[in-house]
Design a binder for this molecule. Structure first.
Ligand code: SF4
Ligand code: F3S
Ligand code: FES
Length: 235
């Protein structure tokens, strides 16, 4: 099938403002959107810029706004994306555009770092690894699936309105450690997330949950962190 792509282009070295690049691509309906983008780059216009690495939904590098909805280009099939023979692609919103579909991820990762996304345990390690029960492991299983693609944070209206909001991805990463029975850093993380730019900026819009390519129940995870802040209990 022939698909008409409209792709938002911007090269700060020569363009005064963004414009739409238009390309007709011959694609199979079972191709991924990433395949078509590669066809554009390799066969039609080599100046198109986008990030991708694994091409299998693991690295999280090819998040983009496809027909107005964030997705990983390597996971979305042409037949599920195409609308009236067309697919429109823009960079994810709320982060500075570097070139075409490539955004500066540093503000996103700066929020990630504030929640201390690593195990904190000040007791002396024993001879063996720190054990936990299958039930304790299950408690934070959902939040371990995050690949830091930023689809959630950059689809959140609270983040668009205020880039200082820590955002759903950072909260998911904090949840992964707060609810880990081996971790001792919950109080420190909850202090960060209880600040004005922490979890209370979430207005339960659910865009994050709708777009997460790992099907994480992001809004529920955020709700559990809010509940821990209100009750002072982690259970
Ligand atoms: Fe991506 Fe989901 Fe992680 Fe958000 S929670 S960064 S959408 S994998
Ligand atoms: Fe934003 Fe998700 Fe909350 S979209 S407002 S973080 S539920
Ligand atoms: Fe790695 Fe899409 S290229 S997730």
């Amino acid at each position: 099938m022939k698909v008409h792509f409209k792709i938002k282009r911007f090269n700060p070295e020569k363009d005064k403002k963004p414009y739409w690049g238009e390309y007709d691509v011959e694609a199979d309906e079972s191709d991924r959107v990433l395949d078509a983008l590669q066809t554009v780059k390799w066969d039609i216009d080599g100046t198109l810029n986008f990030r991708r690495s694994c091409a299998h939904g693991i690295c999280g590098s090819d998040a983009m706004r496809i027909n107005g909805r964030n997705a990983l280009a390597c996971k979305l099939l042409i037949r599920d994306a195409v609308q009236g023979g067309k697919i429109t692609i823009e960079p994810i919103l709320g982060l500075p555009v570097i070139k075409d579909l490539i955004v500066d991820m540093e503000p996103f990762f700066a929020h990630y770092r504030t929640v201390m996304p690593f195990l904190i345990n000040n007791t002396t390690p024993g001879e063996r690894e720190r054990l936990q029960s299958p039930e304790d492991r299950e408690r934070y299983d959902d939040s371990t699936k995050c690949i830091l693609c930023a689809c959630c944070t950059t689809s959140c209206p609270s983040f668009w309105a205020r880039g200082d909001y820590v955002g759903p991805a950072a909260i998911v990463q904090a949840h992964r450690f707060i609810f880990d029975s081996r971790d001792q850093g919950a109080a420190e993380r909850l202090k960060v997330l209880g600040e004005p730019d922490g979890v209370w900026r979430c207005r339960t819009v659910f865009n994050c949950t709708d777009v997460c390519p790992r099907d994480i129940q992001v809004t529920r995870v955020i709700g559990e962190v809010k509940a821990a802040l209100i009750t002072g209990k982690i259970d």
